[in-house]
Structures are given as C-alpha cells and as structure tokens.
Design a binder for this molecule. Structure first.
Ligand code: SF4
Length: 372
C-alpha cells in the first residue's frame, strides 16, 4: 500500500513539474523518500530542460587555496581545522601565498582562486583585505572567490565592524564572489549537534543577502548525510529558494555529502553517503531550487564517475580542475586532488553532453563539440 501511495504522490509531483508549478515541502520529502532514483533523475532533467537548460555542462579552471587551517570553532564534522599549537597547523604569509599561486599559474592557466580558511582568532581584519588585494594585484584577470559567510561573520567579531562594512572593504580590495561554504544545514537542532560554535543559519543567509545587495553574485551549499532529517534538508533548500526569490544573487547550488573520516563522527561509526543518496540530492536540489540556474555535481566529494552520472540527474556543472583541494581530502575523500581539463572534457562528452569551460560568472571561455 505504501508503494502505491508513493507512486501516486510521485505522479502528482510529475504533473506539477510538467505544468511548471513550484514544489513544496511535502513534495520534497516525498521525493527524498522515494527509492525510484531513475524516476527522480528523469524528473530533474525534465525540470532543468523546461527552465531552458541545454546539453552544456560547465567547468572552471580553478586553484584552491587555504590561507590557514587554524580555527577556533571546532565543528564536529571537520577534519581540516587545527589549533595554533598543533605541529601541522598552517598559516600562510601573504607574499608566500601569492608567490605560490603565481608559481602554479606558470603551468596552469586557472581563472579563479577559491580560497577559504579556518576562523583564526589571531588574525587582524587587515590580513583579509591585504591578502585579497595582494592576490588581485599579483594575479591579474583571476576571479577571487574568497571567504565563506562564516568567515565573514568571524571577521565582524574580530574587528567590530558590521557585515556590510566588512564586505564593502573586501569588495574594495578585490573580492569578486563568496563561496557557498558554512551553510551546513540551517536547522538550529542540526547546527547545535554538528557545529555549535558556528553562527546561526539565519546569519549565514543574512550575510549572503547583504552581499547580493552590494552587487556580489554568490554560491550556496548544503552539507548532508549526518544528523539531519529529510524535512530539514528540504527546509534548507526552501530557505535558499526564498532568498533567491528576493535577491536573485545565487549563481549555483552545490550539495555536499558529509565525509566522516578523521572526524569525531568516524569514531561513532558514521558512514560515507551512498551513491543513491548523492544522486537523489542532486535531483531533488534541481527540482526544489527552481530559481537557481546551476547545480553542481561536485566530483571532489562524490567521485568523478558518480558526478558524470549526476549530469543526467539535474546537474549542469562539474565544478573544476580544483588544483590542491584539501578540506574534503582531510575528511577522507578518495578522489584525486585535481582533474585535468582533458579528463573533465572526456567525462562530460561521454555523458552525452557538451563541455563548456567557464569563468566564475558562467561566461563561456571555450567550448568543445559533443561526442559524435
Ligand atoms: S568547518 Fe570551518 S569553522 Fe568549522 S571547524 Fe572546520 S574550519 Fe572551523
């Protein structure tokens, strides 16, 4: 009986998708509860095409940097953070970090730097503006995607400025966009368990609202596969959708599965996400987020083969070359830390799609043919 009821509910959702109607909380939960992952993928792809999506699949040539691993927050899901006393803690001097990026650029023409770090209590606000300015000046033509909303919030506390003041100063120094990290799951119950030291979800949303108001286009994420319920996942997506209705400032959504290795949750026996759940999240994100144009299959966390399949489940972006990714790998990601352009092109073509290299703002830089 339960199966019949689920099939009827899915059929009703299909009718809404075909009619271009917005899905609600109950629809989202029904989708996540469904085991018919192929149906979800087909529906997500249908929704993507109905909203103007083509066979283009985007990627960016980018460099990941982490200016510090020192962090005061101690999120329970994090395998990246260190205290300043730990021998392997990292804290980059600005000239060294810029020189490092310049060195990489000699053999890799990246167009974006994605840089985040821990909430280091020993840094003055001037460090953030100085590093932004130094990267901008030292790497002309490279888009700077720096600092999560959580880091922005941390800066406001360390320098006694408002979020708007902090963002204005960073934009003035050369900040081009914010990455989507720090969102985790917005539900207070979940944050209390996994990230009690982090700002509330409402503050994360408010920081992006302010950034959008200042003209920044930004990114958004959700970290799933830990203590959250399906209802909390969908509520998270609806919060993002509401903000997007208001500002139109999000360029892309990236669902991120929690990796337990080297975290306190590993000792509690928590597991990596399954392929079924990862594909469901891609499809459901696409279906619920009807106003965010791009959904990324983040190969760093779900593997390149699954990301490739994800391109038939509503995703239209496979992230990037990602030189030197460290955060997911600290938590046990088994993917290589960089994928060369030729590999990404092959993965996209073999999925029957058209590879398009983009810049940070989805401007097309290069296009390949579809595989005959
Ligand atoms: S997730 Fe970010 S804020 Fe939380 S402990 Fe790790 S580095 Fe710090």
């Amino acid at each position: 009986m339960a199966t019949i009821a689920r099939n009827i509910a899915l059929q009703e959702i299909r009718e809404k998708v075909v009619a271009g109607e917005r899905l609600d909380l109950d629809d989202g939960i029904t989708l996540l509860e469904s085991h018919d992952v192929l149906e979800l993928g087909e529906l997500a792809d249908l929704a993507r095409r109905q909203r103007g999506g083509t066979d283009d699949v985007f990627f960016v040539n980018n460099l990941y940097l982490n200016y510090t691993t020192i962090c005061r927050v101690k999120c329970k899901f994090c395998a990246f953070a260190r205290t300043s006393k730990q021998a392997d803690a990292v804290m980059w001097d600005i000239p060294d970090l810029v020189a490092h990026a310049q060195q990489v650029r000699e053999h890799q023409e990246f167009t974006e730097i994605h840089m985040v770090g821990g909430e280091n209590p020993h840094l003055d606000f001037s460090y953030y503006t100085d590093i932004t300015r130094a990267l901008k000046e030292g790497l002309p033509g490279v888009d700077l995607k720096l600092f999560t909303a959580s880091e922005i919030h941390h800066m406001t506390r360390s320098c006694d400025m408002t979020h708007e003041q902090v963002l204005r100063e960073l934009i003035d120094a050369g900040l081009d966009t914010l990455p989507g990290g720090g969102a985790e799951v917005f539900a207070p119950r979940v944050r209390k368990i996994i990230a009690p030291g982090k700002e509330p979800g409402a503050q994360w949303l408010e920081t992006h609202r302010i950034a959008h108001g200042l003209g920044l286009k930004t990114h958004c994420t959700m970290l799933y596969n830990h203590v959250e319920t399906y209802e909390e996942r969908i509520e998270h997506l609806l919060s993002l959708r509401d903000l997007q209705d208001e500002t139109g400032g999000f360029m892309a959504f990236i669902p991120l599965p929690f990796h337990p290795q080297n975290t306190v949750f590993e000792r509690r026996g928590w597991k990596f996400s399954t392929g079924q759940d990862d594909l469901k999240m891609l499809a459901v994100s696409r279906l619920m987020l009807d106003n965010i144009e791009h959904v990324k299959a983040y190969w760093i966390m779900i593997s390149t083969p699954l990301a490739q399949v994800g391109l038939s489940f509503g995703a239209n972006d496979i992230q990037g070359t990602v030189v030197e990714e460290k955060i997911a790998h600290a938590a046990g990601a088994v993917t290589p830390t960089e994928e060369k352009i030729a590999d990404l092109v092959r993965v996209i073509q073999e999925a029957g799609k058209i590879p398009v290299q983009r810049d940070t703002f989805y401007n097309e830089l290069r296009r390949w043919d579809a595989r005959a």
